[in-house]
Ligand binder design. Sequence first.
Ligand SMILES: *[C@@H]1O[C@H](CO)[C@@H](O)[C@H](O)[C@H]1NC(C)=O
Ligand SMILES: *[C@@H]1O[C@H](CO)[C@@H](O)[C@H](O)[C@H]1NC(C)=O
Ligand SMILES: [Zn+2]
Length: 535
Amino acid sequence: MFCLLLLLSAPLVWGHHARSPKSAVPPIALETDPQYWYDEAFEGINRIEEEVQYDEVARNIVMFLGDGLSLPTLAAARALAGQRRGAPGEETRMGFEEWPVTGLAKTYCLNAQVADSACTATAYLCGAKNNDYTIGVSGRVLPGDCKAAAEPANQLDSLLAWAIEDGRSAGIVTTTRVTHASPAGAYAHTSHRYYESDQDVREMGADLETCPDIAYQLIHSYPGNQFKVILGGGRREFRPNTTIDEEGAAGRRGDGRDLVQEWEGRLEGQDHSYVWNRTALLEATENPPEYLLGLFESGHMQYQAEAGPEEPTLEEMTTAAIKVLSSNPRGFVLFVEGGRIDHAHHDNLALLALDETVALAAAAAAAERLLQADSLLLLTADHSHVFAYNGYSPRGNDILGTAQTYEALDKLPYMTLSYTNGPGARAHIDGVRPDVTKDSDFGSLHWMSPADVPIEWETHGGEDVAVFARGPQQKLFTGLYEQSAIPHRAAYAACVGPAAEKRAACKAYRNRSSQTRLRDTLMVAPVLMAMYRYT
Ligand SMILES: *[C@@H]1O[C@H](CO)[C@@H](O)[C@H](O)[C@H]1NC(C)=O
Ligand SMILES: *[C@@H]1O[C@H](CO)[C@@H](O)[C@H](O)[C@H]1NC(C)=O
Ligand SMILES: [Zn+2]
């Protein structure tokens, strides 16, 4: 447990202990059934049916997720990107901001007014709202209830699983541990997001039989065991606590398993590659293997502004993933997370939060360059943060500086960017608000922006988040909708998953695809027969 508290995601542990469990409030009974959210999403699609282009189908989907990428974060990040180029900044358009369609998603969860990254991942990847801390399971599962999470009827398939079912490829990329809440939404079924390794399950007093850890699920359970690409941090969750990894960090597993070796063993005889540094990733990008696993840190990957030369950027990981996945003519679904915007905000580190947002924009731009018009690109956030963009400063004012022209009553400077709560709260001395511009580390990467309420880790915010879309059926993403509608709308566009059953054009698309499959089978048949003869 102590180790968990060191993690950047730890604020939720405190939050959980500090108040009575939210699950004490009985959730609205109907909403615990995932079908409720599926139907809600299908009704939403029906309402905007006139927007649907009859036979336009997305072959590929890339979903970008900025963890904690609130609208003020977006506005401030674009100002920073522009100011770094010497422009005033406000007019800057980060690539994805030019995508033709935007919408808004409501982020609350079944039992939570303000969401965490686990229930939101379930919403935007599996299409149903559930309880906070839980991932890939229905609202019938409460946090820590291993038995309920093990019930197949309570487990939800993700957009990536729907794509795999249709013969497409799937993969995940993140700057956090690959077992962290957001990417886990693509493959895990768990009653608690902190069950990342068997050791966590054990230390939290849960039963390993009914509660397989998230790393184990990624390597051995469906659909993680079908992923063609897994890139991010988190090596320690895959390695025994008796071993030291490539960069000198200890593993965390107590069961003696080396899941990286097990992944390699499972793919023996197939074209696969495990990499742990940037040089090796770039080599793999040149000559893409069929399966690629890259774990670049023991824990989360470093903030891009502080990363060493052997840490790949999110853009480089995204490029590698697309190169690998593109070998499937039937298409793919890729999930890409800029996961550390959230961590910087929790520590009131505004500059790092903005810089990570700029890095996410670069990754989205790379996807746009690499993919054709038959790819649907989405970029959204899981939840907001209590991050504010203040004052009446003139155009081009330093986005990381103090607000200008409108004086505070106490005549002291105040920042353009600050927080409602968090560790950056400073005590007033003799009733006087401190002048933070006098801090010796003012303006450095780890200088904390001021906050009002002192809280160990800044909290998420409860308002809506933006959705940007470009590609086939992009118009499905206009308007304001539940976050759980997102994967259904994407699935509808791509003719996968339950939403495809609602769309007439998908039958023809699937037939066409099965003809392709038949043709492929006929082409390999002579090879197979030849092999059969010699065995
Ligand atoms: C590894 O984990 C096991 C199981 O929890 C534990 O008994 C053992 O002491 C741990 N070893 C180390 C070196 O931490
Ligand atoms: C990167 O990984 C490869 C493959 O394991 C290794 O041979 C190489 O030395 C590593 N490069 C660096 C700079 O650590
Ligand atoms: Zn968070």
